[in-house]
Design a protein around this ligand. Structure first.
Ligand code: ASP
Length: 597
């Protein structure tokens, strides 16, 4: 027998009982020949003492124990000596006096201490099985389990069916780059790993499933930005005969259930809503963090006839003048102003105008250009007070908003505005644009994906070619400035879908080869449908308070897309390639980062 109980269960009430525990040696201390170990299993720690005067042979054997050895002990539960209790440990009032010891497996010295914060993530990833033994990591895995279970329970109760869709699927041109899998049985042909089960779930709606969900692995071969993984997990869902309102209340209830189950707090519903235009205009972001103010204020009216050429010029050119008030930040250093200016330039601004309000004075290189009336109106509009810092954006609307939006976030970071916050600030962002023009490709692309439904009021605009004005019935759900999911109502009419493909530059011939299955399915009576996908990794990260999505994934890739533990991707035999009809054009063998040790 390996165990009668766990390492987190013994309390004063069990004193005198005989117990058997199994686990890992967490730590070992030698107090003048008496060996103490903390024995660890998944549930917690129990102190075990080996007393030479009571059990000489067992005690002698305990001297060879080392951290991470796997052992089974049997012994009696005893009270710790008064004064040696450990209130930080659930089992801290007791210890087990070992009568027998079985070493099940010895362990090498681990490459990093498991009971401390480990700085080097590559070392952790190369030995992930050790990293996951650490309590914070195990806690994250548990929370993730609870989150996913709550999702399944909730959707099951709402009548949703969990249905698996293929991992070997078809490459389509929209969206990110595909991971491809060569087909041995069809020489020269490839499967693609799904970027999302989007088309399959829509086909399930045509199939009459009505309510579908899946905890779905998705694959996107993108350049890895911070906190992106080539494979990640979504809660994917789709329903027929639904409106946006139906989807919103479903997802609000779902998130409420998830946060409750995972101990993440009470989620206030219904969530606030902002249109995309409003979000950009007021916060300079389509995923605004609304735990703090610093809203963008439009000053177009004020400066439309100004003598200050920079502002007036921006407005005359069809742009705008906007500003934010960073309350109490007049003490900003020159270095910080320079940093913010650099940031503004990075996002397309020519510079960053500012006013500091210090000792009753407006300190700024630009106020000399303002009239008295402009000053007064500005003071009123921006609610200017002593100690404030006003920052301006005068540019095309998109640029001014984005620049001030970025600066707004940076200021909140510098001023630590959200560090102490336990707020769960959920928000729906609605009415995204349907299409965006790519100057690089000289064509229109879908903002969400090509199956997204145009806003009914804007279909005439689509017909008139005013593509930039067409809104989509697409929405994102945002938590504390992080996009945690998004979706849309879909096109279900074959003609409208063909028209949209056309606008996206997909010729009728391409439509047939790439999306023929979908168009055909739509011709057999497709119900109106819509859905959404939530990013499980990111959501769990927020609930856990983890710093990175890697911390809530059991076996993530590093930021170069490599699994440092298995050293993948790796080369394969020439024979394997030949069987797949694949010839490599790579000039040199893949360069692997040296195995961390
Ligand atoms: N498939 C979409 C995505 O991955 C979500 C959706 O529209 O349901 O972003």
């Amino acid at each position: 027998m390996y165990r009668t109980t766990s390492c987190n269960s013994l309390r004063k009430e069990q004193i005198g009982q005989s117990v058997t525990l199994s686990g890992w040696v967490n730590s070992r201390r030698d107090h003048g020949g008496v060996i103490f170990i903390d024995l660890r299993d998944r549930e917690g720690l129990t102190q075990v003492v080996f007393r030479p005067e009571e059990h000489a042979a067992v005690s002698a054997a305990s001297h060879s124990l080392r951290s991470e050895d796997v052992i089974t002990i049997t012994g009696n539960v005893a009270a710790r000596l008064p004064g040696t209790e450990n209130p930080r440990l659930a089992t801290g009032d007791v210890e087990v006096v070992a009568q027998s010891l079985r070493v099940l497996n010895k362990a090498e010295v681990p490459p990093f201490p498991l009971d401390e914060e480990v700085g080097n993530e590559d070392v952790r990833l190369a030995h992930r099985y050790l990293d996951l033994r650490r309590a914070p990591m195990l806690r994250n895995l548990r929370i993730r389990h609870r989150v996913v279970k709550a999702m399944r329970d909730y959707l099951d109760a709402q009548g949703y069916l969990e249905i698996e869709t293929p991992i070997l699927s078809k490459s389509t041109p929209e969206g990110a780059r595909d991971f491809l899998v060569p087909s041995r049985l069809t020489p020269g042909a490839f499967y693609a790993l799904p970027q999302a089960p989007q088309q399959y779930k829509q086909l399930l709606m045509v199939a009459g499933v009505e309510k579908y969900f899946q905890v779905a692995k998705c694959f996107r071969d993108e350049d890895l930005r911070a906190d992106r993984q080539p494979e990640f997990t979504q809660l994917d869902l789709e329903a027929s005969f639904v409106t946006q309102e139906d989807i919103f209340s479903l997802v609000e209830g779902l998130l409420q259930g998830v946060f409750r189950a995972a101990g993440g707090g009470e989620v206030p519903v219904p969530f606030d809503r902002l249109t995309y235009h409003e979000a950009i205009s007021r916060y300079g972001s389509d995923k605004p963090d609304r735990r703090f103010g610093i809203e963008l204020v439009d000053l177009g009216d004020l400066f439309a006839n100004s003598q200050f050429k920079v502002f007036r010029g921006a407005i005359d050119a069809g742009g705008c003048v906007k500003a934010i008030n960073a309350k109490g930040f007049a003490g900003i250093t020159t270095g910080q102003i320079e940093q913010l200016t650099e940031m503004a330039k990075l996002y397309g601004a020519k510079g960053l105008a500012f006013i500091k309000i210090e000792n009753g004075e407006w300190k700024s290189p630009i106020v000399k250009f303002f009239s008295e009336a402009e000053r007064a109106t500005l003071a009123e509009k921006m609610r200017i007070e002593e100690g404030d810092l006003i920052l301006f954006g005068a540019d095309k609307w998109e640029i001014a908003c984005e620049v001030l939006g970025r600066i707004r976030l940076r200021i909140a970071e510098i001023q630590n505005l959200t560090a102490q916050s336990n707020d769960l600030n959920f928000l729906w962002v609605t009415d995204f644009p349907l299409l965006a023009f790519s100057a690089e490709e000289n064509k229109w692309n879908a903002v969400h994906h090509p199956f997204t439904r145009p806003h009914p009021e804007d279909v005439p605009l689509l017909e008139r070619g005013q593509f930039e004005k067409v809104r989509a019935e697409a929405y994102d759900v945002v938590l504390n400035g992080v996009e945690i999911g998004g979706g849309s109502l879909r096109v279900h009419e074959p003609d409208l879908q063909k028209r949209l493909f056309e606008v996206l530059g997909i010729s009728p011939a391409q439509q047939q080869t790439q999306f023929g299955h979908l168009l055909k399915a739509f011709s057999f009576g497709a119900p109106p449908h819509g859905g959404l996908a939530l990013g499980i990794d990111r959501l769990v990260m927020l609930i856990c308070g983890a710093q990175s999505i890697r911390d809530v994934m059991a076996f993530p890739k590093n930021n170069r897309g490599m699994d440092l533990m298995t050293q993948s991707p790796s080369e394969v035999d020439f024979k394997q390639l030949r069987e797949l009809y694949v010839q490599s054009t790579a000039k040199r063998a893949p360069s692997h980062a040296p195995a961390a040790s």
